[in-house]
Write a new protein. Structure first.
Length: 144
């Protein structure tokens, strides 16, 4: 029960932060990604507002080992960059650039984003459902 309360509170704060930072505004996000055109650098503050605290959070997590609720904390990712990470990052970036939304903001605008946000959510969910089957087939396809 308490975990669900913290999850809902964290999700609400995250969603509010996305709305306040204008990450739910697709034109603003696409303006951030348009570095060779009409570039909008304001989302750099959003990036800094996420990366800087996370740096200190990882340091604190290393010392604590467990969350305030007693769950084990995830380990830092390893230094090896695997092909899955590169391919996933490229796909994420392409989707983000084309739509101006990524999963967090897409969920945040689900109630007021119109049919385009709903279409994005359906496509995102379809990709999430299809991914395990595709990943299981990829090694066999690359050997053929």
């Amino acid at each position: 029960m308490i975990r669900n309360l913290f999850a809902a509170l964290s999700g609400g704060i995250f969603g509010l932060g996305l709305v306040v930072s204008d990450m739910t505004n697709t034109s603003k996000v696409q303006g951030w990604l348009d570095v060779f055109g009409d570039w909008n650098p304001t989302l750099a503050f959003v990036l800094g507002g996420a990366v800087v605290p996370m740096f200190f959070a990882w340091i604190a997590a290393r010392r604590m080992g467990r969350s305030a609720l007693g769950s084990p904390l995830p380990q830092l990712p390893g230094p090896v960059v695997e092909p899955d990470i590169v391919i996933g990052s490229l796909m994420f970036g392409a989707g983000w650039g084309l739509s101006g939304l990524c999963p967090g903001p897409a969920i945040a605008v689900a109630g007021f984003g119109g049919w385009q946000a709903a279409l994005f959510l359906v496509a995102m969910m379809a990709g999430m459902v299809a991914t395990p089957g595709l990943r299981a087939r990829l090694p066999r396809l690359s050997q053929a």
